[in-house]
Design a protein around this ligand. Sequence first.
Ligand code: PMV
Length: 371
Amino acid sequence: MTSFSPSFCRLLEKAKKASLSLAPGCCSAPSNIALIKYWGKESGNHQIPLNSSLSFTLGGFRSHTTVRPEDSSRFFLNGAPAQLPARMQATLDELFRYLGQQTPLRIESVNTFPTACGIASSASGGAALIGALSDALHLSDLFSEGEHTLWLTEGARLLSGSATRSVVSSAFVVWERLPGRQETQTYAIKAHEEFQRLAHGVVMIDPRPKAISSSQGHQGAATSPFFSLRDAAIPFLLENVQKALLGGDWPTLMMCTEHDAFALHAIMQTMQPPVCYLSKMTTIFLAAFITKRHQHRLRALWTIDAGPNIHLLCPQQDVQALKDILQMMACDLRTSITVFFNNASDFIAIGADRVAALPDTPIQHITFTPT
Ligand code: PMV
């Protein structure tokens, strides 16, 4: 039985009838950081999240992916041979079976940031891969705009859940669960002008790939006693974040985002088997940051995905104040703090043309050292 939704199957039927041939293709796609996160999937193979989510698109944190037909299937990640994640491989196999093509593919993907450590490389990777396939099959000539969006949102979701939020060219994106359906909806949402280009940086606690992938982690979500509590609060959180984004209401945005990050990690740590993605330094940094932020009335919020690294967001005009506080924290904690700042917040669109258009340094690394 196919894991594809009826509307995605209709697209594939159209593509199959057109007897498309596969040429080399490429695409660049941004990552995204969820402010209200998805954790847990429905059983079965349809990649349906247990809750809706909302994210901010990270223009400078990108994957650049090329695909081309070759004699045998091979995958290269950041220049080295690697294993394509099982879910992505299974989706590609099913896709090509459906299209009646058995073309082996050489896939090369390069990330502008460290892979698999809580910066959602699977989101940018999945989005860039589905975009590269679209380029290779010239799907934008075949599909209407709506159909092409559906190809990208559904295809990305099947490759890696959160990737569906990376194909919509908007600073803020909602991925909505549609109860009882085998598909979901992904769409842009509006925000106050000041929030359109929030500054973003990742405090790099540990760039190494995490031991437990999010795919493994999702499996235990519903076993946590806190799961149903959070689940009941999600509609309220999503509504409040959307209102806060529209109204430029920083305190509400901060409160809801941080509440959800704590709730997510409480679930991760109390599910079966439990997973702790945080390291000792994550907790030390967070406690110090919350204190300093309060003392200096800084408008900056934090969130953490499935990894030890901490994402910081603040309005553009508060970036210098944030950097001053990071410098003070390096002195107080007597440790260097390295932050990867997003240097290309405007580059939120995906597409083949994006590769050449990007600035040379989409990410700016700054290390604050104790003086
Ligand atoms: O997209 P996945 O299957 O790698 O899962 C991502 C899960 C979180 O990053 C923790 C949350 C989210 O919504 O992005």
